[in-house]
Design a protein around this ligand. Sequence first.
Ligand code: UD1
Length: 421
Amino acid sequence: MDSIVIEGGVPLRGEIQIHGAKNAALLLQCAALLAQGTTTLRHVPLLSDVRTMNRLLTHLGCRVEGERTLAIDTSGVAEGPLSAPYELVKTMRASVTVMGPLLARYGRARVSLPGGCAIGARPIDQHLKGLAALGAEIELDHGYVVARAKRLTGANFVFDKVTVGGTQNVMMAATLARGTTVLENAAREPEVQELAIVLNKMGARIRGAGTSVIEIEGVDELHPVDHAILPDRIEAGTYAVAAIITGGDVLLRDAPVDHMHAVLAKLEEAGAELRVEPAGLRVRSSGTLRPIDVSTRPHPGFPTDMQAQIMVLASCAPGRSVISETIFENRFMHVPELLRMGADVTVNGSTAVVRGPTRYLGTTVMATDLRASASLVLAGLVAEGRTEIRRVYHLDRGYEAVERKLAPLGARITRYHDARA
Ligand code: UD1
């Protein structure tokens, strides 16, 4: 099991290339199932979640080749099991979004229920309700959802709550339905929009993606496409925090600033100097940090996937910051580890009160989920002495080679491949 060791205290200076967005890549891998033939995805981030999705696609009968450029050939899926097994769904919840494409194109899908998840219950009721509204028959069979439909039929559907995966799953299913579907209270995340752009390139007729009402006129078939994935706004936000708290100066190449307004506003409020340049976003520390209040919200609000990282920024500022998590329950798992490094954070339900400035001291910490791991790397970058982060497989799900991106900027960061747990 790998670990990462950081000797903190070095201001980061230089450039970081922002890679393709994990959450867009995973959904575009699923969308490939909607077309017969080979879909090509470019700028694919080299992440373990992407590899997990490739394993699922291979299990379904696809031939998947490449890494940074992925070629997904769906010719063998009709003879495959049309089933997503527990082993894959439990490691990555985005696996459930193969259900919409399989059901729409092949008339059936069998997908394991994701089960409990470290950051909350995370049910898929809205996915199933939406697919049922399109005419799918859905039953539970030994921990699996079995969905069937001869051909889905367009319908009006209102999501009870805003769900990114639910919106994407039902939107993909509706592309091949008979008639028009209208999805209300849809998620507005850039990755929903990116998926709609690609589906439209494939021949779908989708309007309104990126707003809360999406209209999908069903078509008879979709064709494979070649598409370059948009850059990752969460990766960019994470490295922006790294630049600020270390007192550095970093150019985030290709950072998708148009999708980062809520995050950038908070970074500026905290005292960052930001400048949009032709090559990307330059982030500098102004030398003075201020406390901030942050509440996570669906897009265009502040993303829950940046909550752990912004907490580290808040902890470096003198004064009292309040951070509320409204999307997931139990998403403060980074707090106990940050406390061990010296942070002063009090959690009460979904609210965390952060008192700074923290003098972080390096120690051995354990990564517990993807974004929690990122917050430990950030704390390690400013900590005095040596921080050892264990269980970095969580980090590798969503950040490509953190140590190779940070070391050229001056960070003293090393990955160890070892057997320690
Ligand atoms: C996606 C992102 C994840 C991000 C999250 C919220 C991907 C691959 N993952 O996850 O990084 O943290 O959006 O921005 O894009 N819910 C229900 N019923 C449902 C579906 C969701 O109650 O049927 C709840 C969830 O438990 C959660 C909230 O809705 O509390 C938001 O979940 P959702 O937007 O669906 O997250 P994901 O799509 O799983």
